[in-house]
Ligand binder design. Structure first.
Ligand SMILES: Cc1ncc(COP(=O)(O)O)c(C=O)c1O
Length: 451
């Protein structure tokens, strides 16, 4: 079967407005294969989703068996697949203390459920005045309206503002341009103190929760917090009775070289959400995880969250369970760590590039921030569309790079390849990335070689 690119254009609501459609016929391992047989290294794992690699037959077989056995049940029923997935997650994957698991169809739905859960917790505990969820200025939590409202991704919010609840926002950490003037030597994670200021300004009795990505994804590009940041956030949330929601949709399930990014700082959030990596792209499934303490007042009142029709779909659960089993069997979280170190080493030469402000990230969630001048951090004008040019150049050279960035830091390329990526693939990725940056900036910058 061949894919008609003209047909794929009709899947956009505004034909012709999107970036040129790119047809992919099939995929195997870390590679996408186009209808004309070109092999493209999937250095982004789709949208930083694919972890065990593409095209594993055993996952397809599990999906087929699951669909034959049980098509669908109302999500309040327990399918065998769901029971197995809950057991695997709570016994082997989730940070200690997260004992409850519930499933959705993806990241945005999971964030919405987490927001409702935080609110329901306070209402059931007799604190119905607590409704505000504090988000961060540079963040992304999904595209459904409450997720968009709690996030700080300006371009994606643009035009929808009247539909978005006015949730308070707090400054995020951004070590490249630390607003507190700290260096890595004298930083103690004081960026977290801004959270306390916002809680006090809003009135602690009105704040239900704080939501943040432990390693920031597409909004700012693999931004890793300074070591003291998350422990300090935990202390502040505890002090004011504010629930901590960790959004691990992108950074969870091994992506950063630990099962979850919060593990790097020994933190257990009250509520955690995940998506993407749970089934590694083989099924649309996300999850919301919570502690007994979050659930206690809700259970006492006999309440529960309303489900989505496709929550805990039996085939999605069976597929997710299989993907996690493969990750365990092949020790792929450890591989994300070791290949992440290799990627980081490979990218080191880009640190000297005149248009690269920073190379950052953890495990196989890394990013390169592109600027006009690395000394002054002057950015390219938005209409130069540097990121789009780098991605287009990468595709023409056989590598799919992920566009990221919002606000000031708008020219960012993220790397999130499948964990089975090889050393040769990493060499290819790094060379193509370097050539693609040169090609994209050459028209706008006197400092880059003309290619
Ligand atoms: C951190 C984070 N949260 C939430 C979402 C939304 O997930 P989805 O696109 O599956 O709805 C994303 C998607 O990129 C994300 O990166």
């Amino acid at each position: 079967m061949t894919v008609d690119t003209d047909l794929s254009r009709r899947t956009s609501f505004v034909p012709g407005s999107a970036a040129a459609p790119f047809a992919v016929e099939r995929a195997e391992g870390a590679y996408l294969i186009t209808p004309d047989g070109r092999r493209i290294l999937d250095a982004a794992g789709g949208a930083i989703v694919v972890n065990i690699g593409h095209g594993r037959r055993e996952v397809g077989e599990v999906a087929a068996r699951a669909l034959e056995r049980l098509t669908y049940v109302v999500p309040t029923f327990v399918s065998e697949a769901k029971a197995r997935l809950v057991e695997r997650l709570t016994e082997r994957w989730l940070p200690e203390g997260l004992t409850r698991a519930s499933f959705t169809s993806g990241g945005s739905e999971s964030v919405e459920a987490a927001l409702r859960l935080a609110r329901l917790h306070h209402v059931c505990a007799g604190r119905s005045e607590r409704w505000k969820v504090i988000g961060r200025e540079s963040s992304y939590h999904g595209v459904t309206l409450a997720a968009l409202a709690v996030g700080g991704h300006t371009p994606r919010r643009k035009g929808y503002e009247p539909l978005l609840l006015d949730f308070p926002k707090v400054r995020s950490h951004y070590c490249l341009e630390c607003s507190l003037g700290r260096t890595s030597e004298d930083c103690r994670g004081e960026a977290a103190d801004a959270l306390e200021e916002v809680i006090l300004c809003e009135g602690p009795d009105t704040v239900a929760a704080f939501i943040a990505e432990p390693v920031v994804g597409g909004a700012a590009g693999a931004v890793v917090p300074p070591p003291g940041y998350w422990p300090r956030v935990v202390d502040i949330c505890r002090k004011y009775g504010v629930l901590l929601i960790a959004d691990e949709v992108m950074c969870g399930f091994g992506r950063t070289g630990a099962k979850f990014a919060v593990n790097h700082w020994g933190v257990t959030p009250d509520i955690m959400v995940g998506g993407k990596g749970l089934a590694g792209g083989y099924a649309p499934i996300g999850g919301v995880y919570a502690t007994d303490e979050v659930m206690a007042p809700i259970a006492e009142r006999g309440e529960d969250l309303m489900f989505y029709t496709f929550s805990a779909h039996p085939a999605s659960c069976a597929v997710a369970d299989k993907v996690l089993e493969i990750m365990e069997r092949e020790d792929l979280v450890a591989r994300a760590k070791s290949m992440g170190e290799l990627l980081s080493k490979g990218l080191a030469r880009l640190r000297q590039h005149p248009n690269v402000a920073e190379v950052r990230g953890l495990g196989l969630m890394q990013a390169v921030e592109i600027v006009r001048d690395r000394d002054t951090l002057e950015r390219f004008p938005a209409d130069a569309h540097i990121t789009r040019r780098v991605v287009a150049a990468g595709l023409s050279k056989g590598v799919f790079l992920y566009p990221a960035g919002s606000g000031v830091a708008q020219d960012i390329i993220m790397l999130g390849p499948p964990f089975i990526i090889t050393e040769d693939d990493i060499d290819l990725l790094v060379s193509v990335l370097e050539e693609s940056i040169d090609a994209a900036v050459s028209r706008f910058s006197s400092s880059a070689p003309d290619k």
